[in-house]
Design a protein around this ligand. Structure first.
Ligand code: G4P
Length: 191
């Protein structure tokens, strides 16, 4: 998506060859107009897929998923990050390992919000190693619901998550795919 790629180039900060900071429009200050256009693009890409629910994970996924929910006309459920003592029979849960931060997170969705008849689009802001996405897929499948596909704002395509999840047969639509980046030479997108 050209609009998002241009915004990443103009307002993103390449902190290292691994970390892109997008706090001015995606991760701290938020640009609702951009999010609306991202939602419209996912809607175009998933036209005819009969999506009836969007699932994301706190925190940064929520705002873009909520805008997408407006465009798709469906509810948005976010997985909560919890403590193991919060696990109960009333929740679907799994452990997600963050390679970026180096720790495990328990993620949970109440059984009240996911059903076998649901056709789900997963939305998230970043995909790096794909652990968060795989955790969300697991929760949705624990409910017997269908993962129609994933909508990612920024995929760091030089990290393994996207390829691994696509190779398992899941559809992943990333609006900007970064092939490489470094603080001196900037960002190259996958073409
Ligand atoms: P993975 O889910 O794809 O395996 O990614 P990983 O564990 O490596 O990343 C963990 C967190 O770091 C995620 O946010 C992810 O969005 C974020 N992240 C990964 N790479 C980048 C990057 O280059 N730039 C920025 N800004 N964020 C990155 P989180 O811990 O779930 O936190 P939240 O921000 O959603 O609350």
């Amino acid at each position: 998506m050209e609009l998002l790629e241009k915004r990443i180039v103009s307002d993103g900060q390449v902190k290292s060859s691994e970390i892109l900071k997008v706090d001015s429009f995606l991760n701290h200050q938020l640009d609702p107009e951009l999010f609306l256009k991202m939602g419209e693009e996912w809607k175009r890409l998933y036209e005819g897929c009969e999506i009836n629910k969007i699932v994301t994970i706190e925190a940064s996924g929520i705002a873009i998923a909520c805008m997408a929910g407006l465009i798709f006309g469906c509810p948005v459920v976010f997985a909560k990050k919890g403590k193991s003592r919060n696990v109960s029979d009333s929740c679907y849960s799994t452990i997600v390992h963050s390679f970026t931060h180096g720790y495990d997170n328990l993620i949970l969705i109440s059984k009240e919000h996911l059903f076998p008849e649901d056709k789900v689009l997963i939305i998230d802001d970043f995909m790096a190693n794909g652990a968060a996405l795989e955790g969300l897929i697991e929760l949705i499948e624990q409910a017997g619901a269908t993962v129609v596909g994933c909508g990612i704002a920024i995929e760091k395509a030089f990290q393994p998550g996207g390829d691994r999840i696509r190779s398992k047969g899941y559809r992943v639509e990333s609006l900007a795919r970064i092939a490489s980046m470094d603080p001196e030479n900037g960002i190259t997108f996958v073409r």
